[in-house]
Design a protein around this ligand. Structure first.
Ligand code: MLT
Ligand code: ZN
Length: 465
């Protein structure tokens, strides 16, 4: 990037908010994939107007701009793979409005999701999307990736809460999409087009979200089973009975092992899987759902693989369980230094087939593959653990990934439920999308960004990373 361009960016954001120092650039060169790509410069814009001026300049001078939230992405979406200017949204971190009466809030993209949830909770309101990284990921990143989390089984994902957006387009134009009302069908749904577009179509500068009334009660249960298959089979059984938990998560034996220190529980020796089930609502509905759930599992002859069903009795037990659940992903690095982290989704009834397949893959290839995650919506995290410096093991990991994707497709599933495509899944897109869809999507990208300056090389690249 030429010196005079950097000078112009500096003039837009102010001297203190642009850096080219190597040690600063390094901090913005990686995300949760562990991959590293150095940006040329990093800017911390303070307003949508500044972002608009930067994009106008980038579109004229043709340098890549990569928007970044907290860098918790799992597919390389915020990595500057072609260098260029990384735009960090951390200064745009205000909750602009919480309209309690209309149950709507307006936030800037750098607001931390967990902090936003805590802020609206004070008003007895509820923003459900809860990625495992909610204590450090940002609302803007969540919109860009359409993040989900454990509560998606009952409450849906980010997409289900965003009513409207303010966006800076790649040529610098500032636009507004959507509504702040409960309904709205005027024109094409551009809000949804931006959600999950992984920072390739525009830079989100404001988000209008709808909120719910805060559930007042919850009950948390654990089901321990002696087989992974039994736990997987229970998932669709529970939902079939009309029980709609706000969490229906599962952990296999390896996932349980890596977070063992957080669990203040004794587990039977033969435990092979754990289901974490939580029901919420008002006092009556929580009581009723809890009874229904325990009633269903009471007859052990129907579910012979169940070792125990327990209820968490106090806040500490509940907190420990959640800490354990949210820590699985980072804790897996105890096993191997790198991982190929997947978030495939299959129809709920096919989860047993999927976990049988991953267990077989792990045995046959001789590598560690663990599974855990959002079983209630069929969204299973398959973590393939490898050491990248061990070429043979890394290749086996890549083989496992391809075979997994092909199997998921054969089960009528999808490659990604919440982490997006980024660079890590880009070469596999054609397994799921037909040629016409792919071409249409690429044309949409060209309409928004004809010079391909905004987050280039993401989603549609065939290059392996
Ligand atoms: C999770 O649910 O824990 C996250 O999506 C992280 C992961 O997939 O590893
Ligand atoms: Zn997840």
């Amino acid at each position: 990037m030429k010196k005079n361009i950097l000078k112009k960016i500096r003039a837009i954001v102010g001297d203190a908010h642009l850096t080219t120092a190597r040690e600063d650039l390094m901090c913005y060169s990686y995300d949760s994939t562990g991959m590293e790509y150095m940006p040329t410069a990093v800017a911390f814009p303070g307003s949508a107007v500044e972002i608009s001026s930067i994009m106008e300049l980038a579109n004229k001078e043709l340098f890549p701009v990569i928007p970044r939230g907290a860098g918790t992405g799992m597919t390389g979406g915020s990595l500057p793979i072609q260098g260029g200017l990384v735009l960090v949204m951390s200064r745009l971190n205000r909750i602009l409005e919480v309209d309690v009466e209309n149950q709507v809030a307006v936030v800037e993209p750098g607001v931390i999701t967990g902090q936003f949830q805590a802020a609206v909770k004070k008003e007895a309101l509820f923003y459900p999307p809860d990625p495992a990284s909610r204590d450090f990921c940002t609302m803007g990143g969540n919109v860009a990736e359409c993040s989900g989390g454990p509560s998606a089984v009952k409450y849906g994902v980010t997409r289900d809460y965003v009513l409207g957006l303010e966006v800076v387009l790649p040529d610098g134009r500032l636009m507004h999409t959507g509504v702040r009302t409960a309904k709205g069908v005027v024109g094409y749904d551009l809000t949804r087009l931006f959600i999950g577009s992984e920072g390739t179509l525009g830079i989100i500068t404001k988000i209008v979200v709808r909120l719910l009334a805060l559930p007042t009660h919850k009950k948390t249960y654990l089901v321990l089973t002696d087989s992974l298959r039994q736990a997987a089979m229970l998932v669709s059984e529970i939902l079939k009975r009309g029980i709609l938990p706000n969490t229906l998560e599962y952990m296999d034996q390896t996932a349980l092992h890596v977070v063992r220190e957080y669990l203040s529980l004794e587990l039977p020796q033969s435990t092979r899987a754990l289901l974490l089930v939580e029901v919420d609502g008002d006092e009556n509905s929580t009581e009723e759902q809890g009874k229904k759930f325990l009633g269903m599992l009471a007859d052990r002859r129907t579910y012979p693989g169940i070792l125990e069903v327990r209820q968490a009795h106090n806040e500490k037990e509940v907190d420990d369980l959640w800490k354990a659940r949210r820590s699985i992903s980072p804790a897996t690095y105890k096993l191997r230094p790198h991982k190929i982290s997947e978030d495939v989704v299959v129809p709920k009834t096919k989860i047993p087939q999927l976990v049988d397949f991953t267990e077989k893959l792990s045995r046959e290839l001789g590598i560690i593959i663990l599974t855990f995650g959002h079983a209630g919506d069929g969204n299973i995290h398959v973590n393939i653990m490898v050491d990248k410096d061990n070429q043979e093991e890394y290749q086996k990991g890549q083989t496992a990934k391809r075979l997994l994707f092909e199997h998921v497709m054969s089960l009528s599933g999808t490659l990604s439920g919440e982490h997006g495509i980024g660079i890590t899944k880009a070469p596999y897109l054609s397994l799921e999308l037909d040629e016409t869809s792919l071409a249409l999507m690429q044309s949409i990208k060209s309409v928004f960004d004809p010079n391909n300056i905004l987050n280039p090389g993401k989603i549609f690249s065939t290059k392996s990373h």
